[in-house]
Write a protein that binds this ligand. Structure first.
Ligand SMILES: Cc1cc2nc3c(=O)[nH]c(=O)nc-3n(C[C@H](O)[C@H](O)[C@H](O)COP(=O)(O)OP(=O)(O)OC[C@H]3O[C@@H](n4cnc5c(N)ncnc54)[C@H](O)[C@@H]3O)c2cc1C
Length: 455
């Protein structure tokens, strides 16, 4: 559809094919996604979002909503449709005394951390600073602080949302509580959230954090030791296991470059001396080849993984939750990690539990609070070259873990079909979300997401 034919009263920045910045604005984080929307409505205010939703609805074109653009399967863009781009909505208001923050939908994790850490406060969120807060929050939000403080959605006090009909609604425990329940895990199914209000938690600003690495040959023993070590760990400790080829970076000894290694990345967010005591047995286990776990500002730790997941590379990911790292799960993990080909591939195995599991399972649409670990089996290549081979590796690794699959985190799904989305919520929550979808978006205008169809 030509621009001149687009209906509605959107007066904001509308970018379309042929505009000098079109290519820049149509890009999303995952370089393997290459789509060409009819128009990109770059909203700068809630009113512009209302108008953009009107434009999308009346045009009858497919509609994508974009926060940070980090959807693994590329849900925040589309061919021949409208992208409602929220990336200009950068407002952050921190109330350090009341320990709350109001945050607009275009804010990235690093921007929020910078604003809250100025006051020694934080919203627990994800582990890469250029991820969008909006998409992450609407799916749940796991990161370095979830064991101490819970998910990102567990900090949500209220959200403001534009519905498919262009109405503005607020959701909180007191207003539209069912919608509030659904927004805490149900993704972008119900409308466009323009603002989030979060509870803030004290943090640092110094944490004891960073990775400790061993050669992959030690991985079977390291993972077994790790499993037993974390069993008793306090909630202040959050860890991620990473397998990858050592990158050729200055702080990595040259003899390790390109060799397969296993790392345990720690983030201790309590008393630093106690953290040293807790982490020491891990440091001393086996023959670590590189130990970068040390006191540092939280914001520094928060950006540590940014260079491993930059915009524009080609990414493919399959995820699953497992209850525990049994010997079989460990053996499968090591066997497949040995087969990593790409020097850019690195995949996290997340430790969950702690404060996540202390919130009632029925309290939020997010499911899987009892999960032990989340696997994010991720293939990364610079571009198309080698991508297919690495993607096959992801699929075979994921399939090998199938007997141990428990559930899946909705923000870590690709385009995997309706059964997998149902799996992410479980049958009862899925039906409850469907009822909400019927109420707020009966025509499924917002369908470019992990979609819960109304009927
Ligand atoms: C490098 C990287 C690191 C990650 N790390 C973590 C992590 O540490 N923890 C974690 O929990 N997840 C993590 N994720 C997954 C992440 O939570 C999801 O990819 C999330 O969807 C990203 O949000 P976004 O706003 O950047 O994405 P977008 O691609 O902009 O949006 C993702 C989905 O959310 C919808 N959406 C976005 N904004 C809104 C809005 N305002 N209102 C309604 N719907 C909206 C979109 O329509 C789309 O369906 C990571 C992803 C990447 C790529």
């Amino acid at each position: 559809m030509e621009l001149t034919a687009l209906p509605g009263s959107f007066r904001g920045e509308l970018i379309r094919p042929g505009d000098p910045s079109y290519d820049e604005h149509r890009k999303v984080w995952n370089g393997s996604i290459d789509r060409s929307p009819t128009a990109i409505a770059r909203c700068a205010s809630t009113q512009e979002v209302v108008d953009a939703v009107g434009l999308a609805r009346e045009s009858g074109l497919r509609t994508a909503v974009r926060g940070g653009g980090h959807s693994f399967p590329g849900h925040s863009t589309c061919d021949d449709g409208i992208v409602i781009d929220l990336s200009k909505m950068k407002g952050i208001e921190v109330d350090p005394d009341g320990r709350t923050a109001r945050v607009e939908a275009g804010v990235l994790l690093g921007e929020l951390d910078a604003a809250t850490q100025e006051h020694g406060l934080a919203v627990p969120a994800g582990i890469v600073t250029h991820t969008g807060l909006a998409g992450l929050t609407l799916g749940g939000g796991i990161g370095w602080l979830h064991r101490k403080y819970g998910l990102t959605v567990d900090q949500l006090i209220s959200a403001t949302m534009v519905t498919a009909t262009g109405d503005l609604v607020r959701a909180s425990d007191a207003e539209n509580p069912e919608l509030f329940w659904g927004l805490r895990g149900g993704g972008g199914n119900f409308g466009v959230v323009t603002e989030f209000e979060f509870r803030l938690n004290p943090l640092g600003p110094t944490v004891l954090a960073g990775p400790i690495f061993w050669l992959i040959e030690e991985s079977p023993e390291v993972l077994r030791f790790y499993r037993d070590w974390i069993a008793e760990a306090p909630n202040e400790l959050m860890t991620i296991v990473m397998h990858r080829k050592a990158p050729p970076l200055d702080f990595v000894p040259a003899e390790l470059h390109g060799r397969l290694i296993v790392g345990v990345v720690c983030c201790w967010s309590g008393d630093l001396e106690e953290g040293e005591r807790v982490i020491r047995p891990l440091r001393e286990f086996g023959s670590a080849v590189l130990d970068l776990c040390e006191p540092k500002p939280f914001v520094e730790h928060q950006s540590m993984l940014d260079p491993s997941f930059p915009h524009g590379r080609w990414y493919y990911m399959r995820s699953c939750d497992v209850a525990e790292l049994t010997d079989e799960v460990i053996d499968i993990t090591v066997e497949h990690s040995m087969r990593i080909q790409s020097p850019l591939t690195s995949f996290p195995i997340w430790q969950l539990g702690g404060a996540i599991s202390e919130v009632g399972d029925e309290d939020t649409a997010f499911d899987g609070r009892a999960v032990g670990h989340t696997f994010n089996i991720t293939a990364v290549t610079e571009d198309e070259e080698g991508f297919e081979q690495e993607r096959d590796w992801v699929r075979s690794f994921w399939s090998a873990l199938e007997p141990f699959h428990q559930s899946v985190y909705v923000n870590f799904l690709m385009e995997e079909g309706q059964d997998r989305i149902r799996e992410a919520y479980g049958p009862a929550k899925y039906e409850r979300l469907r009822a909400l979808k019927r109420e707020y978006d009966p025509d499924n205008l917002f369908r470019l997401n992990q979609n819960i169809p109304p009927d």
